[in-house]
Design a binder for this molecule. Structure first.
Ligand code: GYE
Length: 346
């Protein structure tokens, strides 16, 4: 049993968990002054350190949950293994932390350990990717990106691009470097592309996971190039994969860029946090990047502050994001009748 001092928060939690699912777009969090209350202990299970996005995300979390802001953070890096994350969560439960924050690698396999956290009356906040559990009350709330929307925005951009250039759909030969299979970011971005392939009739030449890393991006692209001569677009599910893919394309003696008609291979990707990827974007080596914002520390902090104040946060909290491109002609994309601006980077 947890200490009596936590009874109030236990009652509060039951109230929170009984509230149905709501969703909202989160506005940018405002930095708050250290709250006038006891130090709150947070156990944070990060999935790994596979990409620049992940590194920024971890830094943002560590900065938000500082002693100065009234927190003790216990941080655990799962090293890309779900079993490590499950062990971390069990350790947090044993330590009777006030909150657990979980950035899960893949969506499935969380029911048991989240049930253990619920039985111990510890609220769990999911950040970035989602969990697929049979009982949504096993976690309190989630904050992150709409990955399918990111993919659909990218597909809409690509459709406008090829249409404007007069390239017919059957001449669009796409190589697809996926993220970690079964992660929400992969599932959403892959769905965005595959739906568009069906809708527009593009040629999806090959798909394989690059695990969101530069090394795998390079390997996967090199093998795609050995097997397929006609690739003219590479859809990378993050910037690290794109950097690796560009290396492989150049090592094979091909040029990257948006001039498909002249034999260039066009690279598009996701994130927009890696400095090298942003300079590749300016140089035209990457043609379009769908932004994915990793700075969730203050957002998770705001959710915990809401709970500490005895209020109920929205269950699903989406971050708004843009598209960055070095191709000046496309100024906005439309998904489900909603227009999204493209930020032209020069
Ligand atoms: O896009 C990628 C990272 O889940 C949004 O994971 C995250 C993704 C991000 O490794 O770079």
């Amino acid at each position: 049993m947890r200490k009596t001092a936590l009874t109030a928060s236990v009652l509060l939690l039951s109230a929170i968990l009984s509230v149905g699912c709501r969703s909202s777009a989160v506005s940018e969090p405002v930095k708050t002054n250290p709250p006038d209350r006891k130090t709150v202990t947070v156990g944070f299970s990060q999935l790994g350190a596979e990409s620049d996005w992940r590194k920024s995300n971890t830094e943002s979390m560590l900065e938000a949950f500082s002693a100065e802001n009234g927190y003790t953070m216990i941080y655990k890096n799962g090293q890309q293994k779900q079993s490590n994350q499950v062990t971390a969560l069990r350790m947090f439960i044993q330590q009777e932390v006030d909150y657990i924050v979980l950035a899960p690698e893949t969506e499935t396999g969380w029911d048991f350990v989240l049930r253990e956290a619920k039985d111990a009356d510890i609220p769990v906040i999911i950040v970035d990717r989602r969990v697929d559990v049979s009982d949504e009350s096993l976690y309190c709330c989630w904050v992150g990106s709409d990955f399918e929307l990111e993919g659909r925005k990218m597909a809409s951009w690509l459709n406008q691009f090829v249409t404007k250039k007069g390239i017919s759909a059957s001449d669009v030969h796409i190589a697809h470097i996926q993220g970690t299979l079964g992660s929400t970011a992969q599932l959403g971005r892959t769905k965005g592309l595959e739906d568009a392939v069906r809708e527009f009739g593009w040629d999806l030449v090959a798909s394989e996971s690059g695990d969101f890393t530069e090394v795998r991006g390079r390997e996967v692209m090199a093998s795609f190039l050995r097997e397929h001569e006609d690739i003219n677009v590479v859809y990378c599910e993050n910037d690290n994969e794109a950097i690796g893919a560009i290396d492989a394309i150049e090592a094979a003696g091909r040029r990257v860029g948006s001039d498909i008609a002249k034999g260039e291979i066009m690279v598009v990707s996701f994130d927009g946090i890696n400095a090298q990827a942003m300079s590749y974007l300016k140089e035209g080596k990457i043609s379009c990047i769908a932004e994915c914002n990793p700075l969730h520390g203050p957002r998770v902090q705001a959710l915990i502050e809401t709970l500490e104040d005895g209020r109920t946060p929205s269950k699903y909290n989406y971050v708004s994001e843009t598209l960055f491109s070095s191709v000046p002609e496309i100024k906005s994309v439309a998904v489900d009748g909603i227009a999204y601006d493209v930020e032209i980077v020069e």
